[in-house]
Design a protein around this ligand. Structure first.
Ligand SMILES: [Zn+2]
Length: 306
């Protein structure tokens, strides 16, 4: 099975650059940190604690070159797993919060991707609990780069404190500027949050696992062919699901909902894309043809498919 998974050409559509920084890379970027301090930040009890630690890691990317290092390392890891296409999420909201120069960061990561055989596009996202005005600034930054590697605009962060409905106008404007639209939803709240994301035009749903609670929503996702970007290990680590066996991956798949497997923040959740496929096989009895279907979906639902 492991060889089969390795051989499968895969695309990674839901991975955050700041969440893909391995502890050793963080120590290289921020040598004043201690090993123990960094290790402690890679474990969480709940979603709020995870968000806090994600912010803590991101805060240490103080120079554009740090973003470039993070990008190169992530692409190396993806290449090792036969990932051929990636849409990487970059938190424009965090760049603004740090008062960094978005153009310099953009240039650094674009140069880093140019050296990789993987086709890479960027999703710039906003931190929804910081409010619409700041998200609007993040969207403008993304829109300015729509012909330069940025393919979509997303909403991330705390869905409980930033309802998608508040972003309806912003999403309409983003779409008008040529950006594709993404929204984390139904990860730690409920199916209603996913309905809101769909209402404002999200074309893929980040996580979306609470769709399992709403048969009408399941039918809607199927009818509209809108996929969920499922990140199983992430959901266990943040407490979005109480235990691994309770994860609805299998049920959603059997219900016919379009699914893509992703990692979210691989080292922060101690996983890889390969491991997520292996987990689907070992814990949820996915067969080789079913895994091949998930891999095919990862290209099918990409914004710039091959
Ligand atoms: Zn995510």
């Amino acid at each position: 099975m492991r060889e089969f998974i390795q051989r499968l050409p895969k695309a990674e559509l839901h991975v955050h650059l700041e969440g893909s920084i391995e502890p050793t890379t963080l120590l290289e970027i921020a040598p004043h940190l201690s090993h123990t301090e960094v290790e402690a930040r890679y474990h969480y009890e709940n979603f709020a604690e995870f968000l806090k630690n994600f912010g803590w890691v991101a805060k240490h990317l103080t120079a554009p070159e740090h973003y470039a290092i993070a990008t190169r390392r992530l692409l190396q890891r993806l290449e090792e797993q036969n990932v051929q296409y990636a849409e990487i999420t970059l938190s424009a909201g965090v760049i603004l919060w740090k008062n960094q120069d978005p153009a310099a960061v953009h240039q650094a990561v674009r140069e880093a991707t140019a050296q990789s055989p993987i086709r890479v596009y960027w999703i710039w996202d906003a931190v929804r609990q910081w409010g619409v005005d700041r998200a609007w600034q993040a969207m403008e930054l993304a829109a300015a780069r729509v012909d330069d590697g940025v393919v979509a605009f997303g909403l991330g962060g705390d869905e409980a404190n930033g309802p998608a409905r508040d972003y309806a106008q912003l999403f309409a404007q983003a779409r008008a500027k040529g950006l594709r639209l993404l929204c984390h939803a139904g990860e730690v709240t409920n199916a209603g949050s996913i309905w809101q994301a769909l209402e404002i035009g999200a074309e893929r749903i980040g996580h979306g696992i609470r769709a399992i609670d709403d048969p009408a929503l399941i039918e809607h996702l199927k009818a509209k062919d809108i996929p969920l970007e499922v990140c199983v290990t992430s959901n266990v680590c943040t407490g979005a699901v109480p235990t691994l066996p309770e994860h609805p991956l299998r049920k959603l798949f059997d219900a016919g909902v379009p699914l893509i497997l992703n990692t979210d923040d691989p080292p922060m959740f101690h996983t890889t894309l390969h491991e997520e496929y292996a987990l689907a096989a070992s814990q949820f009895q996915f067969t080789e043809p079913e895994l091949a279907q998930l891999a095919a979906n990862s290209f099918r639902y990409a914004f710039r498919p091959l």
